[in-house]
Structures are given as C-alpha cells and as structure tokens.
Design a protein. Structure first.
Length: 275
C-alpha cells in the first residue's frame, strides 16, 4: 500500500488522532496551567489569555482539555486492548474447538449481551470501589462481548478453509492454528473493529463520567468536564461545549480511519498473511 492511495478523509482522521495522543503524552509540557490550578474567576469568557475561558471553579479549560485527553485516551485504550485480547482469544478458541466449548462460550456471551450495557455498568460501578482499574475492567468485560461475536464470525469463516484443514492434518495444536493460521487472516476486519470499539469506549467513558461513575474529580476527563460545566449553558456559557466538541471530533476521526480500513476489506482471502 502506497501513501498516496490513502484517501484524504483517512489522513484527516489519522492527523486528528495523532494530535490527541500528542496532547495526552506531553500534557504537562503543552498545557499552559496545571490540571487543578485555579487561575481566575468562575466561568470567565474566552480571551487572549484563556483561549477557551475558565470553568465552574476558575480553572483553565484548555489546560484541563489537554490533561483530559491523557485520562480519556488512556482509559479508553486500555479497556479496548483488554476487551479485544479477551474477546479474540475466547472467540477463536470457540471457533476452533466447536462442540461444548463453543456452545458454553456463545450462550454465556448471549446472556451478557442481553443485559443493557449502561445499566449493568452503573450497577457494578456503584457497588465496587471507584478507581481507574475497576473502571477499565468493567468497560473491557462489557465490550469483550461485542468483540467475541465478531471474532467468532470471522474465525468460523477462516477455520473451514483448506490451509487450516492442512494445518490440522499436519497435527498442529490449537494455539498454532489460532495465532499462525486464523489470526493473520482476520487482522484487517479486527483492526477496523478495534478502532470502532475504541471510539465507543471513549463515548462510553464520557457517559459514565457525566453520570458521576467514571473518572472521579479532581482528575480531568472530557465527560466529567461536560458534567461540571453543564449548568453554564443556562447562562449562555459555552464551557461545556468545548469538551463535548472534543469528544465528537475524536470519535469522528476514529470513524474516518475505520471506514477506510473497512473499505480495504472486501473479503477474507486464503493463505497465511494474505488478508
């Protein structure tokens, strides 16, 4: 694949994602003020010194937006990586094993998916200690059910192909078949799904933070910033719109890249590494 073959929409998405990650990685060096530093009056309007104005406690919105990128991206990315690792391993194991293992895994997955995700997360997070580790694990477990469904579907398509049957006849074990035969030939749709699940994780985390069960104050995250400043909308203060716009823009950027990856996936091809 040549760089000039990448459409402009995908470039826009990748640039947007790269900017967000740069902010997250170098937040202490980029942000003009500290994450919790009070620098002025409540809900001060934007000016030359405070580009996006100040929030409900007099903290610089731009600085908290930059620090919030670190928290939001870290939690969403960690939850997505764990959910994908869990979902792919279980779904591929079910697709290769079939029989009882496939039935038990699939029925349990159906049971988990039948429970409304947001309600389940709210109940669990209200009972368990509110910290980032618990939040990541809850998000990952709930999201892994979606990954399992896709992973099993694509794995079943590849598992019946000739090169997989040949590997079985050679006496290769399940781990070999999963990681050397099936996984390389399903990477493209899985990568596209990874991007999609990452976008959903950002939105889900923002929803939980807005409801008070996500990232806890005084740490900055975009959903929590919307919650903290939502009352300002009544008085014509746009402080809540800035983090809300950041969530929307990042979600759009991720989806632009995902759409490009999906367009490159016309069908699964046989042979190791051909996908």
């Amino acid at each position: 694949m040549r760089l000039r073959d990448i459409p402009i929409t995908a470039w826009i998405g990748m640039i947007g994602i790269a900017i967000a990650f740069i902010f997250a990685l170098f937040a202490p060096f980029i942000a003009p003020y500290g994450e919790t530093e009070v620098v002025g009056s409540v809900w001060q309007i934007p000016d030359a010194q405070y580009v996006f104005g100040l929030d409900n406690l007099g903290r610089d919105i731009l600085s908290r937006l930059i620090y919030g990128a670190r928290t939001t991206l870290f939690v969403a990315l960690a939850a997505t990586v764990i959910s994908f690792s869990l979902g792919v391993i279980l779904s591929f194991t079910a697709a290769v094993s079939r029989g009882l293992i496939d039935m038990v895994f699939s029925r349990f997955n159906d049971l988990m998916m039948s429970i409304p995700t947001l309600i389940f997360a709210l109940v669990v997070l209200a009972v368990l200690p509110q910290n980032i580790i618990v939040l990541i694990l809850v998000m990952a477990i709930l999201d892994s059910t979606r990954v399992y469904r896709l992973g099993r579907a694509v794995a079943l398509d590849v598992a019946v192909m000739e090169f997989v049957e040949a590997a079985k006849l050679r006496g290769e074990g399940k781990l070999w078949i999963i990681f050397r035969e099936i996984l390389p030939n399903t990477l493209t749709p899985l990568l596209a799904e990874f991007g999609l699940r990452f976008a959903f994780s950002i939105l889900f985390l923002s929803t939980l933070s807005f409801l008070g069960l996500g990232i806890q104050p005084p740490s900055a995250d975009w959903g929590g910033m919307v919650k903290d400043n939502k009352d300002g909308i009544i008085f014509g203060i746009s402080a809540a719109l800035v983090p809300g716009s950041a969530i929307a823009i990042l979600a759009v950027c991720v989806n632009l890249v995902v759409d490009w990856l999906l367009k490159r996936t016309s069908s699964l091809k046989g042979g190791r590494g051909d996908a």
